[in-house]
Design a protein around this ligand. Sequence first.
Ligand SMILES: Nc1ncnc2c1ncn2[C@@H]1O[C@H](COP(=O)(O)OP(=O)(O)OP(=O)(O)O)[C@@H](O)[C@H]1O
Ligand SMILES: [Mg+2]
Length: 276
Amino acid sequence: MGKIISINNFKGGVSKTSTACALAYVLSEKKRMKTLLVDFDPQADATELLIRTYDNAEKPDALNDEGYKTIYEGIQDGDRVGTTLHLSENLDLIPSDFNLIGFPDHLIKKYRYKDTFDKVKELSNFLEGVREEYDIILIDTPPTISDFSNNAIYACDYSLIVMQTHRRSYRSVEKFLVHLVDFQETYGNEFDVLGIIPVMFSNKTKTDTITLQDAMEDYKDYVFKHIVKAMERVKYWDEFGISEESHWDRMAVNAYAGLTKEFLERLERMEEKQTQ
Ligand SMILES: Nc1ncnc2c1ncn2[C@@H]1O[C@H](COP(=O)(O)OP(=O)(O)OP(=O)(O)O)[C@@H](O)[C@H]1O
Ligand SMILES: [Mg+2]
């Protein structure tokens, strides 16, 4: 049975999307695991990055097909069929686009006279059955405390927190963890925190080192041992997609391969703990 992982941090620009896409790439290409990335952000950054990786075009042909539905249309219909793009042998994508910005309005209209608890279950309902089709399902989320993040948290088995080793990002992790506790008390759904990934770390910057030390003291084993450094190459991915052509590309992919290894080890440990 596959596992759903929501990639979170309320702070913007902390590498949520880059981390989600790199994990999806390594899991599918190197580990040969059936992987689905759900782009649940109207900014559609993950969609663009992965489409550039596999098609290097603005839009793959499938998106122009009549039978293709956007994630927003799929959610409105309560049906996932027709929303998924097949990018490679082991990687699928449910792409996003700007229309998804209407998601909160859709919830208001649909649940106006009903139990508001249902509002948080909409993405979970849309994703029904994905655990049977994939080994890993990653949800990329926008940087807000909103219907988007709450739906992703409700739908997931694990929340994976991405923390840029900067002070504001560190503080937003604190706020996010408080929100997770409140959320679990309110909605009573079962999920756990898979860990906190320190990203965009630069050992040339003193505050990065101090912030990392503080995170390790506060959150102990929750903090990934594998730290993702700031790498110029990752910025190129926004334009050219993930590549392994040059030495620097391979170095960047390797860094994420190390992260993916720890990601899978943690997942296995957490799963074992739950079955005990
Ligand atoms: N390890 C890294 N090294 C250097 N640059 C990075 C790294 N990870 C991400 N970036 C760059 O930082 C910027 C923000 O990254 P990204 O879009 O992944 O963040 P995000 O948290 O998803 O943002 P948003 O909150 O807007 O969704 C991008 O320009 C990306 O290329
Ligand atoms: Mg993003």
